[in-house]
Design a protein around this ligand. Structure first.
Ligand SMILES: [Zn+2]
Length: 84
């Protein structure tokens, strides 16, 4: 996938924006939860999401629900295949 200059700028603006709205956080929430489960480093990799979750209970609830689902999926996959 090629990034045009304008979409790159959008991304930079997105990452630097001190206040993200919930819609933008929702867009990356599943990725954030997955990073958290795989590496437990999501807060460092995506600090802007972490910051939003600390201040927004709505997104935090959503995130915890998502995390719960992902953990259950991971557990059931782990039971099916011990090598994972
Ligand atoms: Zn929010």
């Amino acid at each position: 996938m090629e990034l045009s200059d304008s979409s790159l700028l959008d991304l930079i603006r997105f990452l630097e924006s001190p206040e993200l709205d919930c819609e933008r956080v929702f867009d990356v929430l599943d990725q954030y939860a997955e990073i958290e489960i795989r590496t437990e480093d999501a807060a460092r990799l995506l600090p802007f999401v972490h910051r939003h979750l600390e201040t927004c209970s709505k997104c935090c609830d959503e995130y915890e629900a998502l995390l719960d689902v992902l953990i259950k999926i991971q557990e059931s996959e782990g039971n099916k295949n011990d090598r994972l």
